[in-house]
Each structure stands twice: as C-alpha cells, then as structure tokens.
Design a protein around this ligand. Structure first.
Ligand code: DC
Length: 221
C-alpha cells in the first residue's frame, strides 16, 4: 500500500502544530509532532543527568519508545504534553536538536512511522530531510510578534507563567539557532509552498492546505 504524507515546516509559533493537527483530523491521518520528540529527548537527557553538550551521550534513544496517540506524544508510556513545556526543556532543546546522532536517530524513527501510516508531520527538516517525497510540502512563517503571542496564549491555557516578552526573546533566539546550525538547519525545501500566517486565521490555512492536498492526490482515490 502506498501511504500519503504532508510535510509542514517553519519556525516556532507559525501555527504549524495547530494546522497539522486539524488537517490530520480532517483527513483521518496520524499527526506527528517532531518537535515534541526533540523536546522529550531533552527532557529524558535532563532527567538522566547526562552531559547535554556531548552529542554521543544520547545512546538511551535506542531504548526509548515514542508513540503518538490522538496527536500527543507518549515517551516510554508517559504523556509528554506538559513535561515537554517545562522551561528547562525549552532552554536546552535547540542544543540537543543540533546533535547529529540525535537527529539521525529521530529522523529514522519518523521515517519508519511514515512508511506504515498516512501522516501529517511538522517540524524543521521534514520537507528537506525526513519526507523528501511528501505529497505536499508547506513552509509556514509569521512575524516574531504574532508567533510569540500565539505561543503565549497556548501556554496560558496550559497554566504557564512565562511572559510575552520572555517568549519573544525565546522565539528569536531559537530561530537564530535553528536556522544557523550546520546539520539540517531550518530551511524551505525547493518544492515547498510558502505561507505567511501573520494575517490569516489558522482555520483558513487548514482549509487552504486541505484543498491543495486534495488536488495533489486526486488520482489516488
Ligand atoms: O516545534 P517545537 O518548538 O516544539 O520544536 C522544539 C525544538 O526542536 C526547536 O528548537 C527546533 C527543534 N526541532 C528540530 O530541530 N527539528 C524538527 N524536525 C523539529 C524540531
């Protein structure tokens, strides 16, 4: 059987996860939040007390289980949604996700999921590395201010106390780091469709992508 995939990349807070989640629901596909896998890896590394600067200290990934259920990540059976939002995780995830062995392992796991399922996957390197043959590739962006405000509202709903200013700085810092790392940096795939979501609603973006995807795979159904 031939499985379908949609790759959504872009910087933090561009609306990727909400759009990807909604789109997956509408299509009855699995939503894979790859950022959550990098965050969960960071969380586990912190819990184990390993040296986060050492790219070769992440061998525990070989014995770690990642499962997505209803759009949420479970690592070794534990729901990571809240744990992944901890400040210590946010502060260290760019460093951890810059390590080549970590990226190689997580990319391998992501590709294995897409081989056996219809997926909507979001992240930074999905269209360029993980799913080079995705049926549809999207590169979503929005201004730093709009992105920080969205993340602020999202985090408030989860009970976080981080301020808007802190989030703006955090987003800017991670943008710089994610785009300038040597290995698999955040960058638009040549065949990706760019979408700026600063002035359009998430619902509109979801509908737009749904229509584009349907046109693309028309012949397969
Ligand atoms: O999407 P997010 O903010 O939850 O991602 C967390 C971090 O993980 C972010 O700093 C970039 C990194 N990341 C990555 O390097 N590659 C991916 N495919 C997804 C996320």
């Amino acid at each position: 059987m031939n499985y379908h995939s949609i790759a959504i990349d872009g910087p933090a807070g561009a609306g990727k996860s909400t759009v990807a989640k909604n789109l997956a629901k509408k299509l009855n596909y699995i939503y894979i939040d790859t950022g959550a896998m990098y965050r969960a890896t960071t969380y586990k590394a912190i819990s184990l007390g390993i040296d986060l600067t050492n790219p070769y200290a992440f061998g525990f990934l070989d014995q770690t289980r990642f499962i997505f259920r209803s759009g949420e990540l479970y690592m070794d059976g534990v729901n990571m949604t809240m744990l992944n939002r901890q400040k210590e995780v946010a502060d260290n995830v760019s460093l951890v996700s810059s390590h080549v062995p970590v990226r190689n392992k997580l990319v391998e796991l992501q590709q294995a999921i897409a081989e056996k399922n219809n997926v909507v996957m979001d992240g930074r390197d999905i269209g360029t590395v993980v799913l080079k043959n995705a049926d549809l590739k999207i590169f979503m962006t929005a201004s730093v201010q709009v992105r920080a405000k969205r993340r602020y509202e999202e985090l408030q709903a989860l009970g976080s106390k981080q301020t808007l200013k802190e989030l703006e700085e955090d987003i800017q810092r991670r943008d710089d780091y994610d785009s300038s790392r040597d290995y698999n940096p955040l960058k638009q795939a040549e065949d990706a469709i760019p979408i700026d979501t600063s002035d359009i609603s998430i619902e509109e973006v979801t509908d737009l992508l749904y229509d584009k995807f349907m046109v693309k795979i028309k012949g397969d159904y």
